[in-house]
Design a protein around this ligand. Structure first.
Ligand code: MN
Length: 289
């Protein structure tokens, strides 16, 4: 049985995160993110040209607690540092998977080279919730480099998919996740149909990054988020044009979601605690990142 298309969500508008990230808010934990558990929030920075420049472009030290941030770079180069000691550069095709867990401070900037030379930036940041018992996990950081992310050829030369997290057939992604999650970077070529195996019960959503895809005879385009049913064991996609799609699925976490700014916990009391911890310096000293 196939998963059914529930709804196509079209996002519009754009806002700046710091001075480096012109993003569309595709969903967040106060809205659609409540239906898409374990996924809380997705910001999409569509291709944007930055001129050569000086200074720093991005967001300075800020905290997170209670979930994970997954940053997928499609174009451009980003540099990251955090209070768990994590850090590094990610470029086109690379992914960073940061566990905020019990509290982290981090900064997110364009790399110095990318700022100096300018160029096109395209990226996604996805927030993945943690179960209550995992919100106290120590903060951590995984750099997932393009060359280490396995790629699978789809049958009938329909396209390829990179397995960032989870499993596709016998191929396993390289990200360590707390709960079962699939995150795939899928490319389909014009005129092809692909059938993707996605577990029964998984929340399932597709972000169309480029091209045009038909699902259940409905047309989805660049920037659309297609929400599918949890029921069903596969998804059928027809590429009307060459397309790139971020496929996300995961086991829902059936727990209260209370979020404020950079913190997502299970209760208001825990949010107040997170602010108090941050202000007392428990997540680290912004000056010492
Ligand atoms: Mn952040």
């Amino acid at each position: 049985m196939k998963k059914e298309l529930i709804k196509i969500h079209r996002s519009s508008g754009m806002h700046w995160v710091g001075n480096g990230f012109p993003v569309r808010s595709v969903f967040d934990y106060n809205g659609l993110g409540r239906e898409l558990s374990p996924f809380l929030l997705l910001d999409y920075a569509a291709p944007h040209d930055f001129p050569p420049g000086g200074g720093k472009r991005g967001v300075g030290a800020h905290p997170h607690k209670g979930f994970e941030t997954v940053t997928v770079a499609y174009q451009g180069e980003l540099e990251h540092r955090d209070s768990s000691g994590g850090g590094g550069k990610i470029g086109a095709g690379d992914v960073q998977w940061m566990t905020a867990g019990n509290g982290i401070l981090h900064e997110e900037f364009h790399s110095a080279d990318f700022t100096r030379n300018g160029g096109t930036l395209q990226m996604v940041q996805l927030w993945v919730n943690l179960r209550a018992e995992d919100k106290s996990a120590p903060a951590g950081y995984q750099t997932l480099l393009k060359n280490d992310i396995p790629e699978v050829e789809l049958p009938d030369e329909a396209g390829t998919t990179r397995i960032i997290a989870g499993q596709f057939g016998d191929t396993r992604g390289i990200a360590r996740t707390f709960t079962p999650i699939n995150l795939w970077d899928l490319k389909l070529s014009t005129g092809n149909t692909a059938e993707l195996p996605i577990p029964e019960g998984h929340t399932t959503a597709l972000l169309i990054l480029s091209g045009t895809i038909e699902i259940d005879d409905q047309t989805t385009r660049e920037g659309d988020l297609a929400q599918l049913s949890r029921h069903g064991e596969s998804v059928s996609l027809q590429a009307i044009g060459d397309s790139q799609i971020l496929v996300m699925s995961g086991e829902p976490i059936d727990e209260p979601i209370v979020g404020q700014g950079p913190f997502v916990m299970n209760s208001t009391a825990e949010i107040e605690e997170a602010y108090a911890e941050f202000q007392s310096g428990a997540f680290g000293d912004p000056a010492e990142l």
